[in-house]
Design a protein. Structure first.
Length: 138
């Protein structure tokens, strides 16, 4: 009985140390797994899904670009942009808004942005919709 209690306490101490230092240990574990495991499996384990390489070009050709939001200009080779494409869920949502509301790309982006703000309790002008929020000190 005493052996089982001491073994359990050692296990709990090791588990507590691992949980406490998880921020330091996860990058090391991910780096180790990237070297040991094939790239597809290590990408799944690190919650990273690589995008297609021509995603920006495909999205710009599909109408997901405008004079105010120019994909080709802002996402060129020398721009320092690390992403390979826009967020697929966001692009699909903008595409649906454009089809339903029969509006332009910029108007659909504004509608989507205002919906995200409203969902988070923020008015379209950027002020909080909570009546208890302090917006000025006078």
């Amino acid at each position: 009985m005493l052996f089982h209690l001491s073994a359990a306490s050692v296990f709990l101490v090791i588990a507590a140390v691992l949980v406490y230092h998880r921020a330091r240990l996860l990058p090391l574990l991910t780096h180790f797994l990237a070297r040991v495991l094939p790239t597809q499996l290590s990408a799944r384990m690190s919650n990273y899904t690589p995008l297609r390489s021509s995603a920006f070009a495909d999205q710009a050709a599909a109408g997901m670009s405008s004079g105010n939001f120019d994909l080709e200009e802002n996402m060129a080779e020398g721009s320092g942009e690390g992403r390979v494409g826009l967020d697929e869920a966001g692009v699909e949502e903008v595409r649906k808004i454009m089809a339903i509301e029969r509006c332009t790309f910029d108007q659909a982006r504004l509608i989507r942005h205002n919906r995200i703000l409203a969902k988070n309790g923020i008015a379209p002008d950027g002020t909080p919709m909570d009546r208890k929020a302090i917006t000025r000190l006078s």
